[in-house]
Design a binder for this molecule. Sequence first.
Ligand SMILES: Cc1cc2nc3c(=O)[nH]c(=O)nc-3n(C[C@H](O)[C@H](O)[C@H](O)COP(=O)(O)O)c2cc1C
Length: 180
Amino acid sequence: MRKFFVAVLMVIMMCGVSCAEGKTLVAYFSWGGTTKALAENIAEAGGFDVFRIRPAKEYSTDYDTVIDVAKKEQNRRTRPKLAENVQDFGSYDTVFLGWPCWWGDMPMVVFTFLEANDFSGKRIIPFTTHGGSSWGRSLTSLKKEAPSAKIESNGLSVGGSASKSQVAKWLEGLGFSVKR
Ligand SMILES: Cc1cc2nc3c(=O)[nH]c(=O)nc-3n(C[C@H](O)[C@H](O)[C@H](O)COP(=O)(O)O)c2cc1C
């Protein structure tokens, strides 16, 4: 009987350790708000922490200007400086990473974010919003930028906005429990 209680205690303690390690972050960049809404939907459904990736120098709110700036940054492989980075990044073992498709790829500030943090061994779950290109080249870029991360192949690509039930279904399919 005593052995049984010791075994139960050990299982409880081991669970405590793994639960403490199992933190999840939703990190995203958004210019117009669509990816922000999706990120908040994911975070709310799963009860995850959220971090908005912001460049130190904000992009213009003018569409034509940002289109032009984004293309120039991509051509020059610019790494725009971050306004701030995640506190205690090492405590997260899963990162939902989201971006709007920009010129068929991730916006350059997302490249900066990937290079500013150590993703080795972490699980990255990608999500994107777009106007027709879906992932474009972005998943290939992500793999190159985070070669030692475990990148989830069942990411979420949305042309526009996603409903709460669509997000909940996707999260459950990935093995997360969802607040409904
Ligand atoms: C600079 C820029 C470049 C874009 N390039 C593409 C593109 O190559 N393919 C595409 O499908 N949509 C493109 N879009 C549309 C956005 O991906 C889409 O509207 C997205 O949902 C916007 O997300 P946001 O509101 O979070 O910024 C582009 C938008 C901007 C502002």
